[in-house]
Design a protein around this ligand. Sequence first.
Ligand SMILES: Cc1cc2nc3c(=O)[nH]c(=O)nc-3n(C[C@H](O)[C@H](O)[C@H](O)COP(=O)(O)O)c2cc1C
Length: 212
Amino acid sequence: MKTKVLIMAAMIGMASAAKAQQTKDIKLPQPEMSLEATLMDAFKERKSTREFSEKELSLQELSGLLWAANGYNRPEEKKRTAPTAMNRQEIDLYVFTKDGIYLYDAATHSLKQVSATDGREYIAAGQDFAKDAPVSLLIVSDMNRFGSNDQNARAMSAADGGMVSQNISLFCAGAGLATVPRGTMNKAKIAELLGLGENHILLLNHPVGHKK
Ligand SMILES: Cc1cc2nc3c(=O)[nH]c(=O)nc-3n(C[C@H](O)[C@H](O)[C@H](O)COP(=O)(O)O)c2cc1C
């Protein structure tokens, strides 16, 4: 009996070690805190762009993008670049790339891989230009964290997601990148891929890339 338990424990250990090796988490570099563009330049340049070059985003660009979108700007208070109603911090950002799907962890400024699938076609959902972008950010409300899922809570959370969306658009405008906020996506397929349930709202997505 004891040997059987030990063999099972070893097998479980081996399985979790294999899983850890398979997942490719990414530690992002520190975001660069200066851009040539001023805030007023960013407002001037903010627009929806639906054409993307094939050029990949660098890790440095991705770092700045995610930090500006919803990173900790006051880490000592665990507070972020985007406000949330009652400081619920229920907004999550998923990063879709050709190599898989990652969840942005603001506390460690890193990406946790949640799927090895290239899910960008489910983001595009018929708007083919979105498949050309090397990265798509998906903005999701986790209503479990909000503490309620009634109509008022959902309205508040949609507003919270809008704050993150505008941060993304303004960062892109300032950094010379292309993006468009989108409601279009295959929500059922994405929810299935990410294991999201009825307490998660898939709010918006942003294909992001270099200008064509
Ligand atoms: C909530 C929201 C949802 C949107 N959904 C889509 C979309 O699914 N596909 C798309 O191509 N553009 C989408 N857009 C972009 C709008 O079409 C665009 O913002 C609008 O035409 C104004 O253009 P501008 O962003 O260049 O000012 C969306 C914008 C918002 C704010």
